[in-house]
Design a protein around this ligand. Structure first.
Ligand SMILES: Nc1ncnc2c1ncn2[C@@H]1O[C@H](COP(=O)(O)OP(=O)(O)O)[C@@H](O)[C@H]1O
Ligand SMILES: [Mg+2]
Length: 253
């Protein structure tokens, strides 16, 4: 059947895409699913949040794209945690320009990741960069599910429709949008509460799509800086992601 393929995407930066990717990927791994996290953001944040820097990897995503000697996927992944592998990238611009040369953006990711067929991952999760890029086009054409973290803040909530436009331009169905995660919620401020309500209003026709909010917690930032996941760092933060994780499993497995 092949792995479930998920993109964590939002065309705003700093809303929690890398954080969400890492926590959900490790959470699924802890539930005994085999997970591959693919870091396709130029800042390598998800690799960093798992504690890996450039010196830890030799081969990266780009090596899979070498036209003459494509590397094997198994040569490019790092085992990050039990049941969790990481495919890092070292230069998103190079990947983008290579994709610009390719006319079949709709099938290119299938080709690049063809080795996945013979590997037994249950989930493949992409941490995406914020802009509309060829990389993101290729990811969106490949995946079956979108998980979108949205910062509970007015500009981000108002920009929530951008993903629908993006999918429309790629002639992809908005049904791909599986879960929207309100992130950095602060129950102490009225502004945060008002923006969460606004988000609920926007999705009142499909309440099933919104998860419970993830609160803003210093521990979450600290965990990332320390190269640890919330499951290794702070129980309260871990519980918050665990609630979201349950929704992922309910909707996607
Ligand atoms: N719920 C949260 N509480 C506190 N800090 C958070 C939370 N979610 C994300 N962060 C922090 O905010 C910053 C941006 O998050 P990140 O996941 O890198 O966003 P993106 O990938 O969308 O650019 C990081 O420093 C991260 O640790
Ligand atoms: Mg990121």
């Amino acid at each position: 059947m092949g792995p479930k393929k998920i993109a964590v995407i939002n065309n705003k930066g700093g809303v929690g895409k890398s954080t969400t990717s890492v926590q959900l990927a490790h959470g699924l791994a802890k539930l005994d699913f085999n997970v591959l996290l693919i870091d396709l953001d130029g800042q390598n944040d998800s690799s960093l949040f798992l504690g890996f820097t450039e010196k830890d990897y030799e081969n990266t995503f780009f090596d899979l794209m070498d036209p003459r000697y494509p590397a094997k996927l198994s040569e490019c992944i790092i085992n990050a945690r039990e049941n969790l592998d990481l495919l890092p990238n070292d230069n998103i611009e190079k990947i983008n320009s290579e994709l610009h040369r390719n006319s079949r953006i709709d099938i290119i990711m299938e080709e690049i990741l063809s080795d996945l067929e013979d590997m037994d991952y249950d989930f493949v999760m992409f941490d995406c960069g914020p802009q509309r890029t060829k990389v993101n086009d290729a990811v969106l054409c490949y995946i079956d599910h979108i998980i979108m973290p949205v910062q509970v803040e007015s500009a981000s909530v108002r920009a929530v429709g951008n993903i629908y436009e993006y999918l429309d331009e790629l002639r992809l169905s908005s049904d791909l949008i599986t879960l929207i995660i309100p992130n950095m919620f602060d129950a102490r401020t009225n502004e945060s509460k008002a923006n969460l309500e606004l988000l609920k209003d926007i999705f009142s026709d499909e309440p099933d799509i919104l998860t419970e909010p993830i609160n803003r917690r210093v521990k979450i930032t600290e965990a990332g800086r320390a190269g640890k996941t919330v499951f290794e760092y702070d129980e309260e933060a871990a519980d918050q992601f665990f609630k979201v994780l349950k929704r992922v499993v309910e909707k996607i497995v």
